[in-house]
Design a protein around this ligand. Sequence first.
Ligand SMILES: [Ca+2]
Ligand SMILES: [Ca+2]
Length: 470
Amino acid sequence: MPLFHVFMAMQFAVVVTASSDGSPAGPPECLGWVLRGEIGPSERSRAAMVYDERRGVCVLHGGAIGDFSLTDTWEWDGVAWTFRSNSGPSRRMHDMAYDSRRGVTVLYAGQINNGPLASDTWEWDGVGWSLRDAVMGPGLRREHALAYDAARGVTVMFGGIRNAAYLNDTWVWDGTSWTWVNVQNPPAPRRGHRMIYDPVRGVVVMAGGVSASNQQLLETWEWDGEQWHNASQSFSGVGYGNTLAFDAARQQPILFSWSNPLDKQTYVREAAGWALISDVAIIEPNPRSYACMAYDSARAVTVLHGGERFSSLSPRHAWELRPGATSAFWLPAAPYSTCRRAGGSLTLTVGAANGGPFEYQWRRDGIPIDGATTTTLTLNPLAESDSGAYDALATSPCGDAQSYAVTVRVVDPGCGDLDGDHDSEKADLGILLANYGCVSPPGFCPGDLNGDGRTDQADLGILLSCWGCY
Ligand SMILES: [Ca+2]
Ligand SMILES: [Ca+2]
């Protein structure tokens, strides 16, 4: 019987149990992205998201599907996404900020479908959207940025683009009216920049942007309530389509960026500049631009949703950046159990996220396998004695990790196979049923798997027990 060579690359993440050393920050290498399985808002890019501290939820509004601007509002509490409203403004390339003094989410301007730009100010209080200012204020624009300046109790707006005009005006919203701030030596006009408030330094941080001459502005500015200061810190990649949050536990801004060709990049802002933290792990958001991000201070995680990936939209699931990975997921088509035939081969591959360098140890039924200390375990040729539950331990300076177990059952090569193709499936069942009830000397009844001279229920049981084994 020719051996049927099978190969299976099974990749799965490992659960990292965070080493609780009491330090809220820890080295940035120990931050890791974790995919949340809960189905969220429809795929979209160019949405806006903030964290509502009062109610403990991330608020996501609007965004784009092609040239269509969305009107829906969703909230994520770390357990489930909840659709909250469809009565907000049709909007993409807008921005939002959470006003913690008044407990409302402020939305300003953006683009309405493929049509006009907006210049209106809306607020979401967790119950409904209110149009707070329809006419006055900074004026029509998109790709501007907002941040709530908690030290001064106002929402700050900077820049954006109005038709072909790139803007660099600074305005503040106090909940009642907009005030233009006459700034000496402001940053150059730009669109696509992001802003977040840094409560430790008491400044609004602005990163990125694109200039009127299409130059990528990979720079960092700070607003102290009166002036903009160039912080002389740059990052690499692209100036637009990034997203920014402030990690209160680490007391550092987090920048989720991308580059062209498309690659993902997560930065933490250290005193010395933007430090790239996610260039090693395979488990992290796939490359994307125009995602939205907010920091959930109750759960101490940075939440990321949506974005564009290779000209298509990114999935509906949230990612969360947290110290150490605390949940696991399987990459597509990785089963919890598999049935194989002796003589074939099986390759298991484990991946570990966050921290590193990792050391690995494969186990079968909880017992370490001698010499199996890399990311890959190959069983070749498979024997029936290889049956068991396989998992891997990974250890790193950021904590220990353990994969889910994959139960591997190895059966005889001929088990339940009547047509000789080394599988037990529909064709074999057809042969068995066509001969069901046959009685003759052993060896003459097609479908007689146990050789007792009858094709009957016992043979059907054998066939089904090996159903799908390959
Ligand atoms: Ca078969
Ligand atoms: Ca039989």
